[in-house]
Design a protein around this ligand. Structure first.
Ligand SMILES: [Zn+2]
Length: 258
């Protein structure tokens, strides 16, 4: 079995470059064979990228998240355009809207989101989408602006009704450790309405640790717990599910299956 962690903030788990490589090694030992390292901020993208350069099984996203709306950095758009030329940079993200923490004002978040969706279209890359308390606006914008390569609603947090609407677009749905929480009924109901080929899983580490490790800092090595939970929910053979998730992830990010 090979697991694909589609969303890990490796740069936030530990600072030290050696320790970051150990996190990846431990993941490998737990059969988490591929990881997407998610850009936290353009201010440290280059540093994290350099730290992980030797890890051939780690791919990267680059983009400005809504938390950075007031401080994306100088020439941020050009920096993204240059960064996607680097080996193993496979997506724009995470980008999106966050009305929960009220970074900047709504309009500047929306402008930042749209600019990067259009950039992803131009660069022919898929997008990794962050949505917190902004589901309506996110979907509205994606209806007009979703790049041809599509997007993933990462750390899915809406409900089944929302998923039905989102399924009309070229979107994947990625579930983090919070899927394993007993009270996550909205997520469990969502699983019921999704076609298997649109589901991904992610660690969202260091956040959203699966229930069995609650209280700990999350790591990619705990991802198999989320897969196991999902297999039980779907009443599916775990190996078959993990193979399907592997295929979905590679399809979405445009990577070879092998
Ligand atoms: Zn994230």
């Amino acid at each position: 079995m090979q697991y694909f962690d589609t969303h890990a903030h490796l740069g936030l788990i530990v600072d030290d470059p050696i320790e970051q490589l150990i996190v990846i090694q431990e993941a490998r030992q737990a059969s988490v064979a591929r990881i997407i390292s998610i850009c936290n901020s353009l201010h440290d993208f280059t540093q994290v990228y350099e730290n992980l350069k030797s890890a051939a099984n780690v791919y990267h996203s680059v983009g400005v998240s809504p938390s950075e709306v007031q401080n994306p950095g100088k020439d941020w758009l050009q920096i993204i355009e240059q960064s996607v030329q680097l080996p193993r940079v496979v997506a724009i993200g995470e980008i999106g809207l966050d009305y929960y923490r009220k970074f900047g004002d709504k309009n500047s978040q929306i402008e930042l989101f749209i600019t990067q969706l259009d950039l992803a279209s131009k660069l022919n890359l898929p997008v990794i989408i962050h949505n917190r308390d902004a589901g309506h606006d996110v979907l509205d914008i994606l209806r007009d602006r979703l790049p041809p390569r599509g997007g993933v609603l990462h750390c899915y947090s809406e409900d089944a009704a929302y998923a039905k609407k989102a399924l009309e677009l070229n979107l994947y749905f990625s579930f983090a450790g919070n899927l394993t929480y007993r009270n996550a009924r909205n997520l469990h109901e969502t699983i019921d309405v999704l076609p298997l080929d649109r589901i991904l899983i992610e660690s969202e580490s260091p956040f959203m640790v699966p229930a069995d490790h609650r209280g700990k800092r999350n790591m990619p090595k705990y991802l198999p717990l989320t897969a196991r939970f999902l297999a039980e929910m779907l009443e599916m053979d775990e190996e078959a599910l993990v193979a399907q998730l592997w295929e979905n992830s590679n399809n979405f990010f445009g990577l070879p299956q092998e």
